[in-house]
Design a protein around this ligand. Structure first.
Ligand code: SAH
Ligand code: SF4
Length: 344
């Protein structure tokens, strides 16, 4: 029998990958559909629980494959109901997932990497640096682990890929994980309820143009001119904002259908009325929605959050230009579960 590490983790396979894997046993496609349902709809932990597969087939599968699971090692609950799950991976690395209740929605924020290599100066995950990419199974197991703690009382309604890491820097695994999230035999999330947030990695964005995209796109813009953006987000030197926006302008209309722009507001850096006016010009021609996120402060970060008045003023300028601008006060700040506070 194969060593555990050599066995294929079934949760690392996208639906088409699983189909080919099953075909290598001479089995039909519908067997792979049955397995998908067991894994992501019934959350089984072992092949033996897949009772509609023959015993012989399960035995064969058991020799070469396995089903990984992850468990939270700590759950913290914030005053506003936000829960932060600290999850330990098989190699001892730790990641965080955050569950955010909001009226009828229950949004899970998942991580795609251990740490992040892009080093945005306002982000604690960025301070950690990049440790490694998450596998497909480590991304989807966050959903399963959190769902299990809910015990069927409530369902996760939305997924945001906004936890630790830069999803487009772990392109292939992230897209496979999204395939599982959106698949009718997988998690069955509508593509409108999956949001991928990126700092704007151009090669990834260009690649997306060639694929069937099953999610909403959010771009962390965070500045209205190149110089300020490069100061806050060093990645802007490699992939300047102008080129990122150009690619978004060329997205086919359906895919562009309202791109979300995240704008972390930093006192004295990007929060002036001039910034708001420049932002209006920049976003011309892109159907957009702007999320204004007043900076979450921490002692390790050399920036301040602007006053509420300053944020409101900024928002008003955008709204007068007919842009949708929403102020997002991050939830879970008292347990460091808010945007940019995840460190594992
Ligand atoms: N790497 C991706 C997704 C994870 S970061 C990205 O950058 O888009 C998710 C969001 O948290 C980003 O929009 C980022 O700008 C925001 N963020 C990071 N640090 C923050 C902080 N200190 N306060 C508020 N938002 C922050
Ligand atoms: Fe990475 Fe996003 Fe944090 Fe920037 S904001 S360091 S891209 S996780």
């Amino acid at each position: 029998m194969k060593d555990c590490r050599e066995k294929t983790d079934l949760k690392n396979l996208s639906p088409p990958d699983l189909e080919s894997f099953i075909a290598s046993f001479g089995k039909e496609r519908y067997r792979s559909i049955q397995i998908l349902r067991w894994l992501y709809q019934k959350s089984v932990h072992s092949l033996d629980e897949m009772t509609n597969l023959s015993k012989k087939f399960r035995e064969k599968l058991n020799l070469v494959s396995r089903i990984s699971t992850l468990q939270p090692i700590r759950i913290e609950v914030a005053g506003d109901g936000t829960k932060k799950f600290l999850i330990e991976l098989e190699d001892g690395n730790r990641i965080e997932s955050v569950l955010i209740p909001d009226k009828s929605r229950l949004t899970l924020c998942v991580s795609t990497q251990v740490g992040c290599g892009l080093g945005c100066r306002f982000c604690l995950t960025g301070k950690m640096g990049w440790k490694r990419d998450l596998s497909v199974s480590e991304i989807v197991n966050q959903i399963l682990a959190v769902r299990e703690t809910l015990g069927g009382k409530r369902s996760i309604t939305n997924i945001v890929l906004m936890g630790m890491g830069e999803p487009l820097a772990n392109y292939s695994n992230t897209l496979k994980a999204i395939e599982l999230m959106a698949h009718p035999d997988g998690f069955r999330f509508s593509s409108r309820r999956i949001t991928l947030s990126t700092a704007g990695l151009l090669p990834g964005l260009e690649q997306l143009l060639k694929e069937k995209v099953q999610f909403r796109l959010a771009i962390s813009l965070n500045a209205s001119d190149e110089e300020t953006r490069s100061h806050l987000m060093p990645v802007n030197r490699r992939y300047p904002m102008k080129r990122v926006l150009e690619v978004l302008r060329n997205f086919p209309l359906k895919r562009r259908a309202r791109i979300t722009f995240e704008y972390v507001m930093v006192e004295g850096v990007n929060d002036s009325p001039q910034d708001a006016k420049r932002l209006i010009k920049l976003l011309k021609g892109i159907p957009s929605k702007i999320n204004l996120i007043p900076l979450n402060e921490t002692p390790e970060i050399p920036f301040k959050r602007p006053s509420e008045e300053r944020v409101r003023q900024f928002q008003e300028i955008l709204m007068k230009a007919d842009l949708t601008a929403i102020v997002r006060t991050s939830k879970g700040a008292d347990i460091s579960a808010a945007c940019g506070q995840l460190q594992g």
